[in-house]
Design a protein around this ligand. Structure first.
Ligand code: PLP
Length: 393
């Protein structure tokens, strides 16, 4: 009666959402202060002031029918021009308004780019550990997701990557800074990746694209470098979002940047427009398009995340947990002491700690702790982490 795959997707909520809902229930039962919810990547610092000021100004000064009306399917022309110019200023690239496609956040950008690229039986490589929704987007476009494991430094396992590439490989999804590990792929890793993909493209006689999923590009610490992938590998689609960089996840706004020098750039842009249409996006939210165009250099208070990062990393390491030192995003990746993600997450729940088992991120044995929360909650949670650790020693 219904589409079985869609029914299954709707019926099996993501593990993150499941934990979040559980947290709300437990908070009602035990009291808010007894539940330490580290489940969701929802920014905890407010949007920069420029964002709200711009929205107010737009409401006061722009004709309402224009402000709230449809834009072109690919986004308003002046908005796309502003974004292209901003990228070119920052990365010495050569984007024009005709290479930018406005989206409802990174999720829509990913779904659209995957659908635009995917032909029957195509394979999409996904670097572990990874955002679980990638597999949903690939499968619903009719493709096959192929997970590539990470190496000891959470960079790419290149032997596994080379073995995974076949003539059916259409693209690889690269997410840096990474959710859930907080690791940034180094320039060296990306150059090596580019060489492997170029070799495979020559061997199989067709391009292999990188989909660079970059919602965390601006959330970096200690001045870490996030290399701009299109400058290293030309066949790159950048999938950007303002959800985290401007703390606007509920507003659903982002863009795709199709590298103008990539193979068949104009046809690819056309396929992106077709995919957006087929998926029913019509256009990205108009008022938010106009807003972000005026706030391209605004940043949230990354210092607050940095403080949480240091506090949590130092405290959990001192307790005895093995943690990956995050260079970006707002997640701490922690090894489950007995190597079992689910068991560890379930046990943590008993202490009021909601942490996400990372088996659904293709990283069995690890858990993800989202530190986009109040510093006060982190401080209050530390005795619970201590108690939890004692159960394993
Ligand atoms: N990609 C990654 C790696 C994410 O972590 C998220 C959200 O948390 C998304 C994509 C989707 O972001 P958006 O809110 O822009 O759709």
């Amino acid at each position: 009666m219904f589409n079985k795959d869609m029914y299954e997707l709707g019926n099996n909520r993501s593990v993150i959402r499941e934990l979040f809902e559980y947290g709300k229930l437990r908070a009602r039962e035990l009291g808010e202060d007894k539940v330490y919810d580290f489940s969701l990547g929802n920014p905890s610092v407010p949007a920069p002031r420029e964002v709200n000021d711009t929205i107010k100004q737009l409401i006061d000064t722009v004709d309402s029918t224009a402000l709230h009306g449809y834009t072109s399917a690919q986004g308003d022309l002046s908005v796309r021009k502003a974004i292209a110019q901003n990228l070119n200023n920052r990365f010495a690239s050569s984007y024009s308004e005709n290479d930018i496609y406005m989206t409802c956040g990174a999720a829509a950008g990913l779904a659209i780019s995957i659908k635009a690229l995917c032909e029957a039986d195509d394979r999409f490589m996904i670097l572990a550990p990874h955002f679980p929704e990638y597999t949903v987007f690939v499968k619903s476009a009719g493709g096959t997701p192929v997970t590539v494991p990470f190496d000891g430094d959470f960079q790419i396992d290149f032997d596994a990557l080379s073995n995974a590439i076949t003539e059916k490989t259409k693209a690889i999804i690269v997410n840096s800074p990474n959710n859930p590990s907080g690791v940034i792929y180094t320039r060296e890793t990306l150059i090596k990746l580019s060489n492997v993909l170029n070799e495979a493209a020559t061997k199989f006689g067709h391009p292999i694209f990188i989909i660079a999923d970059e919602p965390y590009r601006e959330l970096v610490y200690d001045g870490a470098e996030v290399p701009f992938i299109p400058a290293i590998y030309k066949n790159t689609i950048v999938c950007y979002s303002f959800s985290k960089s401007l703390s606007l996840p509920g507003e659903r706004i982002g863009y795709l940047a199709i590298n103008p020098v990539c193979d068949n750039a104009r046809e690819l842009y056309c396929a992106v427009m077709g995919a957006g249409r087929a998926l029913g996006y019509v256009c990205a939210p108009s008022m938010l398009q106009y807003t972000v165009a005026k706030c391209l250099d605004a940043r949230p208070n990354v210092c607050a995340y940095d403080e949480n990062r240091n506090l949590l990393y130092n405290a959990l390491s001192e307790i005895g947990f093995k943690c990956v030192h995050p260079s970006g995003a707002f997640y701490l990746f922690v090894k489950a002491p007995n190597g079992n993600s689910k068991e560890f997450s379930e046990r943590a729940k008993k202490h009021g700690l909601l942490i996400v088992p990372a088996d659904s991120f293709a990283a069995e044995g690890w858990v993800r702790i989202a530190y986009c929360v109040s510093k006060d909650m982190i401080l209050r949670s530390l005795p619970a982490f201590e108690q939890l650790y004692k159960e394993y020693v």
